[in-house]
Ligand binder design. Sequence first.
Ligand SMILES: NC(=O)c1ccc[n+]([C@@H]2O[C@H](COP(=O)([O-])OP(=O)(O)OC[C@H]3O[C@@H](n4cnc5c(N)ncnc54)[C@H](O)[C@@H]3O)[C@@H](O)[C@H]2O)c1
Ligand SMILES: [Zn+2]
Length: 718
Amino acid sequence: MMKNYDNKTSLASEAAQLQQELTHHNYLYHVLDAPQISDSEFDKKMARLLEIEASHPHLSTPDSPTKRVGAPPIELFETAPHAIPMLGLDNAFNDGELTDFHNRIAKLIERDSYEILYTVEPKLDGVAVELRYEYGILTLATTRGDGIIGEVVTENVRTIRSIPLKLKTPGMGKDQHAMEPEFPTLLEVRGEVIINRKDFENLNQSRLEKGEYLFANPRNAAAGSLRQLDSRVTAARPLSMFVYGTGLVEGMSMKTETGYTTMASHSEMLRTLASFGFPVNPLIREKVTLQQAIDYYRKLEAQRDSLPYEIDGVVIKVDDLALQQELGVKSRSPRWAIAYKFQATEETTVVKDIIVQVGRTGTLTPVALLEPVNIGGVTVSRATLHNMDEIQRKDVRVGDTVVVIRAGDVIPKVVKVIEANRTGTETPFVMPSKCPVCNSEVHRMEDEAAIKCINASCRAQLKERIKHFVSKAAFDVDGLGKKLVEQLVEREIITSFADLFSLEKVELAAMERMGSKSADNILNALEKSKEVPLKRLIYALGIDHTGESAALLLSQTFKTLDRVMNATKEEMEAIDGIGPKTAGAVHDFFSHADNLALIGKLMQNGVTVLPVDDQIGSTEKQEQKGKGDDEVESANNKAEENRAQGKIFVLTGTLSSLTRAEAKERLQQAGAKVTGSVSSKTDYLVAGESSGSKLDKARSLGVTVIDEQTLMSMLENT
Ligand SMILES: NC(=O)c1ccc[n+]([C@@H]2O[C@H](COP(=O)([O-])OP(=O)(O)OC[C@H]3O[C@@H](n4cnc5c(N)ncnc54)[C@H](O)[C@@H]3O)[C@@H](O)[C@H]2O)c1
Ligand SMILES: [Zn+2]
């Protein structure tokens, strides 16, 4: 008896505690755009509260965060009620939960489950916004707020270039008898305002330099940029938007190019919105089965890191609007949709220590040793802190609670410190004045944040240079792992990468965890790698400021190693995409006698450079093809895939995620033609930042203007 009573009171206080905490974190996240815990921590608390409330309904108070979305608007903004509440979404975290959702709705509407088809969409990680158009003109934009009342952000939204201020009339000019407008008299459109990953990095970097508060992730940056009192601030932020639904629609049934008069499905509605000029995400797939939805989830999960913006799952929506109606909504979410979430990429944890690693070019990199934390299924116990400047700017101290992000194969990194968790016992980090590996003095490079060990025979550097040399994008030597490279250097069996090609079987077989067979395998792999495309060789040399794309540009321009070695700085700088730093570093590299000797030794040991034309004939095409295999496949609109093929493009302005030269190259690989000036023959003008006269010309000629994001998704679909 007594025990039961205790259990009840403790559950009640746990629920109350969770309600209070979740309300607080909702406020930090939705109002201040400055969360203090990770999303997965938040989701865990929410799941626990839902569980308690489900088994003890009397604890489920009307103001519980389980029944609400977002947080109430702040007073600084004008507010406006939503004609139709803006709800959240239920979550599924595995195939089983998604299948439960599917079976649940089949039961509710008494249909066979195979009859239910879905539209599947990427779950964009941004901020939800509603746009109101009266007689085709944008008159109001609001945030979701608490779902009932939103904040008015009309002026800010007007600064977002991908949002139409006025609707396009799809049928205009075709139907002479139409006196009525070609769109509803009132149209509310909903979508997600986002910021591209790259833009987020740049934004945070410039905030760091100005000593301003850092955004934890692109979502917070998008929300923080949109929710500004001065729309000039918003205008300076690279926001964009994708629409995925409607609110209130009045005045007429939508009329479109394809002649639909009433909307029967969600997918049809999206097509109609696209025809009005709204940006609709190109990765959306229509009318898929449950199994196809699961496949879509898997494919998008694999593609996730290569998208220009962050997505945190897929949204699965019943396509038939009549069925949606029949299913209806609950207090915080509709019954006809669900978010199937990806595993987290971001967590909060504690910095236990800060150590220093020495890299390929001698750069000392501080690394945070973390309280191990599971991020998206992988245990993370270290994260890079880049350099001393970065540590100082972010003010990371030993003992701090920090936000750590891990995406794909990229090294996890510390995004920011959660200052609210400081206790006063945290200790600042001091950079050592000697190389932790060879003990020689370190130097701070002029104009650079990097502190370097300049002892050319420092073993730490050699190990890294060799790891780089055998890596995938360089010589791609199968089986020659990090541990083995370290042993070979430690035991002074190799003193440069050229020595790799004179390794002997006995030497290899003598290493730890090596046998005769694995030694043979490595020798074979080395032998195979000897025929190397020029771009890979240039990249493998590990020249400062010379990554894969610079190596590719150099190889395409100069075609032979000899010509690259003899190129002047000016010749290199003349290449679109090669800056003075790279040109200088490449020139310096090939002016050093030691480096020339090293290249001579490579050639003596049998390395041969493949002619550049061959690379395009074989390697590049294969790579292209391989890539296409794990793209999301269209269920219905196959025609939309490779939309770039055979089209004529013009590029203008500055692109953020790649150079114009890279964009040109990728377009050409996709079968498009890229020309220098806009004419009536141009199919697409890709307008980057600060586009000028070409943009005006394209508009006057009625050429379709697309932004970088659209270009990227076109390229992704090739
Ligand atoms: N870390 C924290 O302190 C904290 C606090 C509060 C909330 N959160 C996180 O926020 C999330 C819950 O917030 P929520 O209610 O905004 O989101 P939700 O998970 O309920 O999803 C609904 C939202 O998804 C978005 N969305 C993106 N793409 C969409 C598409 N194609 N179709 C429809 N909607 C789409 C819309 O903005 C919509 O409002 C959780 O992931 C939670 O972890 C974190
Ligand atoms: Zn050193």
